[in-house]
Write a protein that binds this ligand. Structure first.
Ligand code: G1P
Length: 297
């Protein structure tokens, strides 16, 4: 039987310069969609997929993230005294069991591959997940759970994948397809941020991965590539060169690129409309806005 995926690495060391000045003092992952920080969406998705151990690769200035997952006794006592059970329950989703969460520092911003490599000693001889919290995915069955189920059939390494427009492919890791079976695609090559006109397909890697521990060893070997950084994509591509299976997984769901301002705003609208307590007022406001195209200028 295949080993279960119970550990996930969350690379959260990025400086979030696209969201300055907000990210001068607030980690990007704490920025909120409606009322939950980006990282909470990732954690909830990981839990739904059966993840039990959460490994954060952080950097200087990210202590707000550690506090976020800690207990807050004063706040909790006050809510208890006031009989605010619902809010207490909301807070519970932010708590982690002792020992279930680990923080590793990435001392230099050398790339996503390097960030994952920093967590290598916490992963044993078992497949593990990597989740990039910038990619928020709204889905009936959470994306990582879909992947865990697919991976139980395929084994190997698996990356979430989605078709993107031609003009965007150079911003992603891109798959070179071998056999296309619909949701599962076998991959014969991967390239990180291919220059315009050179991409092998439009099928882009989205920030959910299930990887074999061999990928961590490959990270020892690879050289910097796109952006002069150590790329996770290259370490996964190395698996293919060594004759091991790599799959793309076309997930069911809507992905928001919350690493960009436009994507973050779109996600705010979508998640706002998805809240029963906000839907009526918010959709009314949006339809009024749509009727007055220049209203916000
Ligand atoms: C990272 C990965 C890239 C992937 C993307 C998905 O890039 O390196 O392969 O397609 O996430 O969001 P980044 O967006 O950090 O530049």
């Amino acid at each position: 039987m295949r080993k279960r995926v119970t550990k996930a690495i969350f690379p959260v060391a990025g400086m979030g310069t696209r969201f300055l000045p907000a990210t001068k003092s607030v980690p990007k992952e704490i920025m909120t969609l409606v009322d939950r920080p980006l990282i909470q969406y990732a954690i909830d998705e990981a839990r739904a997929a059966g993840i039990k151990e959460f490994i954060f690769v952080t950097s200087r200035g990210k202590s707000a993230l550690e506090d976020y997952f800690d207990h807050a006794p004063e706040l909790e006592n006050k809510l208890r005294q006031d009989g605010k059970e619902e809010l207490l329950e909301t807070l519970r989703s932010t708590n982690m069991d002792s020992g279930a969460i680990a923080y590793i520092r990435q001392h230099k911003p050398l790339g996503l591959g390097h960030a994952v490599w920093c967590a290598r000693r916490l992963i044993g001889n078992e497949p593990f997940a990597v989740m990039l919290p910038d990619d928020v995915i709204a889905a009936e069955t959470p994306c990582l759970q879909q992947m865990v189920e697919a991976h139980a059939e395929t084994g190997g390494s698996m990356v979430a994948a989605m078709e993107v427009p031609d003009v965007k492919v150079s911003s992603y890791g891109v798959l070179d397809l071998n056999e296309d079976h619909g949701s599962v695609v076998s991959v014969k090559g991967m390239v990180e941020k291919p220059p315009a006109g050179t991409a092998p397909s439009n099928l882009a890697v989205i920030g959910r991965y299930i990887l074999t521990p061999q990928v961590l060893r490959n990270l020892n070997k690879i050289k910097p590539s796109a952006g002069n950084e150590l790329q996770l994509t290259d370490a996964i591509a190395e698996e293919i060169n060594q004759g091991r299976d790599v799959f793309g997984y076309r997930f069911r769901g809507q992905r928001f690129d919350c690493g960009s301002k436009a994507g973050f705003l779109q996600a705010t609208v979508a998640f706002g409309l998805a809240r029963p307590e906000l839907r009526d007022e918010f959709s009314h406001y949006l339809s009024e806005m749509a009727a007055l195209p220049n209203a916000a200028q």
